[in-house]
Design a protein around this ligand. Structure first.
Ligand code: G4P
Length: 284
């Protein structure tokens, strides 16, 4: 795989912008892709969000393996940081997320009330790598309940807030952090799920990598979709499997085209719900 270069300047700028916005919010929502909760996490995020109330949201849960998503929720959550799976596109889990935010804020609000202070609306921001579903979640979160938008002075410029009912105010622009990876597998997973541009990696490399994952964890899917035999799956090399799939797609030996179709099938959810990152222990 070719080495992908990340510009330290961009990273520093993104970090600065996110850190500034963080000062304005009560709770930060870290959005991850449920299929790749580790690969879609920006490594700086722990440091940047220290001392902030945080909720980890595993988005695109409709595309991920439910069993693995549950295991991830178990593995990632801590006493301070709850984890929830949502499907922003189909508006699933949004109410539960709002409930979780209320729970996060409850001790603080109780303390405020004890001092005779009426709690104000909870200020939120969504943060995550490109394409993880930030805009979709903002739209779903706001829904039809948005009553007005308001301005508040930010550190560098005016920030626009979306008011949601009387309980929440959401920053209208999410925090964007770039994925960073030293390990080539992370890059491949980001490319397969569509988080980074295809042109950065070779499609056949991605296809071979996905074949290996499916062969290990979802063999039936591979057999059924591409009409491969059990023997092929156990005995053939990944390259031979890709060639067999190419023929089943009637593409003769055009395995570049077949690789593209295969990755597209994955992205379009035609292979079913498949998780690419797996927790160290798959809790059953
Ligand atoms: P971003 O702001 O973080 O960059 O992401 P954005 O909301 O634009 O979402 C990126 C793509 O992911 C969008 O597809 C969106 O519809 C899809 N998406 C977001 N949340 C979910 C989810 O929970 N489930 C599923 N299945 N898809 C989700 P798009 O722009 O239409 O691109 P595409 O559909 O052509 O890939």
């Amino acid at each position: 795989m070719s080495q992908i270069q990340w510009f330290p300047g961009h990273m520093a700028k993104a970090r600065r912008e996110v850190t500034e916005k963080l000062q304005l919010v009560d709770v930060v929502i870290e959005l991850l892709d449920a299929r790749i909760p580790i690969s879609s996490q920006n490594p700086m995020i722990h440091e940047i969000t220290q001392n902030k109330r945080k909720i980890i949201v595993l988005n695109k849960a409709d595309l991920a393996d439910d069993h693995i998503t549950k295991a991830w929720i178990h593995e990632l959550r801590t006493e301070e940081i709850p984890v929830i799976a949502v499907d922003s596109q189909h508006q699933k889990g949004i109410k539960q997320l709002q409930q979780l935010i209320r729970q996060q804020m409850k001790p603080y609000h109780d303390a405020q009330k004890a001092k005779g202070i009426k709690p104000r609306a909870t200020r939120l921001m969504i943060i995550g790598i490109p394409n993880v579903g930030k805009s979709t979640l903002i739209n779903r979160f706001v829904g039809k309940n948005q009553t007005q938008t308001g301005n508040k002075p930010g550190v560098t410029k005016q920030q626009r807030w979306l008011k949601i009912g009387k309980d929440f105010e959401l920053l209208d622009t999410p925090g964007i952090l770039w994925p960073k990876f030293e390990d080539p597998d992370t890059g491949k997973k980001l490319a397969i799920t569509g988080a980074i541009k295809d042109s950065l990696l070779h499609m056949d490399d991605l296809a071979l990598y996905l074949i290996d994952i499916l062969r290990e964890h979802y063999p039936e899917t591979l057999m059924e979709r591409y009409r491969l035999s059990h023997e092929q799956l156990t005995d053939a090399s990944s390259v031979d499997l890709l060639l067999a799939m190419t023929r089943k797609m009637n593409l003769q030996d055009n395995y570049d085209e077949a690789s593209e179709r295969f990755i597209f099938d994955y992205r379009q959810n035609r292979l079913g719900e498949i998780s690419l990152d797996r927790p160290s222990e798959e809790n059953s």
